[in-house]
Ligand binder design. Structure first.
Ligand SMILES: Nc1ncnc2c1ncn2[C@@H]1O[C@H](COP(=O)(O)OP(=O)(O)OP(=O)(O)O)[C@@H](O)[C@H]1O
Ligand SMILES: [Mg+2]
Length: 247
């Protein structure tokens, strides 16, 4: 059967069980979701509802206890370790809430790392990493280490690293969670332009209404299940009302 829509990631009844000693936690209780290529989708849900766990499954960082995740039609569960590593390295860019940069390396070296892992020469990696850092507005600061950068600059660096290998999908787990409103808005603009101009699929978990307003679809997760999925339209209207009322 041919699929009419260009589905890049498909989660099929994904369940995840964590065991802590005698205690069992079903963090995901059967999530099915199709994400189309070029889509901007936000995941919302209370703390502990399973957002990060779900990201780990669809990002090929973990394997579900039950169910399957398909990346471009290929089952991650049924792929070899090296196929999974290839997807992680070449297809997906990860942005974490706490940046996860390597502190002893400069911004430039942090961004070069995944490019080098891909097997690219050091000269080429330096050029590509510098270009990306320029693009995210960090050209002037690329030789600084993370602790010498502001929170927003560190998140820009993390985004640059996520973009290093021109991924098809960016998975961003609360990318503005640790940022002030102004810096957060800049990061949202950056993700939105990558999505609109470069066609990168963006999947992010967020509580930020500006991010939700940028989304094609918003998916609510509650207690390991999808509660509802709606268009981002209602948040766009809300944001417009705020602008009109000057709030
Ligand atoms: N490695 C783990 N071992 C055991 N339990 C875990 C593990 N990771 C998460 N959990 C549990 O699974 C559930 C879902 O956690 P998860 O981190 O996915 O939530 P979340 O929606 O990302 O929350 P937050 O908004 O606080 O980041 C929680 O009950 C959590 O305690
Ligand atoms: Mg989380």
């Amino acid at each position: 059967m041919t699929e009419a829509k260009d589905i890049i990631i498909r989660a099929e009844n994904v369940k995840k069980l964590y065991r802590l000693g005698d205690e069992e936690v079903w963090a995901l209780k059967g999530i099915s979701l199709e994400v189309c290529r070029g889509e901007f989708i936000s995941i919302m849900g209370p703390s502990g509802s399973g957002k990060s766990t779900f990201f780990n499954q669809i990002g090929a960082l973990d394997i579900p206890t039950e169910g399957r995740v398909f990346f471009e039609g290929q089952s991650i569960f049924d792929s070899t370790e090296s196929e999974q590593a290839w997807i992680r390295c070449n297809k997906i860019g990860y942005i974490f809430q706490t940046f996860n940069l390597i502190n002893v390396m400069s911004a430039l070296q942090n961004v070069m790392l995944p490019i080098i892992f891909q097997g690219t020469s050091k000269d080429e990696a330096t050029k590509r990493a510098s270009d990306i850092l320029e693009r995210v507005g960090l050209g002037e600061r690329m030789h600084h280490k993370p602790f010498e950068l502001s929170g927003g600059q560190q998140q820009r660096c993390a985004i640059a690293r996520a973009l290093a290998n021109t991924p098809d999908v960016i998975l961003a787990d609360e990318p503005t969670g640790n940022l002030d409103t102004k810096t957060g808005n800049e990061i949202i603009e950056l993700l939105r332009s990558l999505n609109k101009e470069k066609g990168v699929t963006v999947i992010c978990s967020t509580h930020d209404h500006k991010m939700l307003a940028s989304s094609d679809r918003v998916c609510w997760i509650c207690d390991g299940r999808i509660d509802k999925i709606a268009s981002g339209e209602q948040f766009r209207i809300e944001e417009m009302d705020k602008d009109t009322l000057g709030r």
